[in-house]
Design a protein. Structure first.
Length: 225
């Protein structure tokens, strides 16, 4: 997805190591404008303004050329319009930290709504009278808010528990009819515990039909990224 950031932030290694690399050393000899602001414009009539082509703010290369000429012909670095002209800096890609690389943490900034699917289908469907736990491990920071079970199967199942990690999300243990979580139900929003990436979310369901049944459900929730 274009422009999408890493969910729940990201850790990035920044900075260069302290090892010696002759190739990088050679590159560092070349100076660029990576970290130096453009020098001020030379007003018309100034001694450094090139003849026949007066300098103005839209052509800062005039004084840059004059400074380059002096610098590469062994002359003292010039004063450009009352300020000292400094050689342009080395790109950040070649700047080395004496402490080596460091880790920079980027924090999440906004929320989105995402679904997570749960299923137990043939040949591993739910046997008659069997209670099973169906697991999912979100790869993002996720808080479940609505469980939707297809209306076509809600009569065959009871929901016995919802767990985030090891913690039950029920106020009290006990059977709940799956009809209460039909995809056609209204006013059934919840606020489950937030699951960090890799933490297991488990639905425990019991097949109350007289034969094996497929189970499918979707848990909608909020993701922060």
């Amino acid at each position: 997805m274009a422009g999408r950031r890493m969910i729940v932030g990201r850790s990035m290694i920044v900075g260069a190591g302290g090892g010696h690399d002759p190739g990088v050393d050679e590159l560092m000899e070349f100076e660029t404008g990576a970290d130096a602001p453009p020098p001020p414009a030379i007003p018309p009539g100034h001694p450094r303004a090139p003849l026949g082509h007066p300098a103005h703010p839209h052509h800062p290369h005039h004084h840059a050329y004059a400074a380059w000429h002096d610098y590469h012909h062994g002359q003292q670095q010039p004063q450009v319009y009352g300020r000292q002209y400094h050689p342009r800096g080395v790109p950040w890609a070649y700047v080395r930290s004496p402490m080596g690389p460091v880790v920079h943490d980027e924090q999440p900034t906004h929320t989105r709504e995402f679904p997570i699917g749960f299923s137990a289908i043939a040949p591993n469907n739910v046997l008659a009278g069997e209670n099973v736990g169906i697991e999912q491990k979100p790869q993002v920071l996720f808080r479940g808010e609505r469980l939707a079970i297809p209306a076509s199967i809600v009569g065959d199942f009871d929901l016995t528990d919802i767990k985030v990690g090891k913690d039950s999300q029920l106020a009290s243990p006990g059977l709940m009819p799956a009809e209460a979580f039909s995809n056609l139900s209204v006013g059934v929003r919840m606020q489950l515990d937030t699951a960090e990436p890799g933490i297991t979310i488990t639905l425990f369901v019991t097949n109350n039909a007289g034969q094996p049944q497929d189970f499918r459900a979707v848990l909608y929730g909020t993701v922060i990224e």
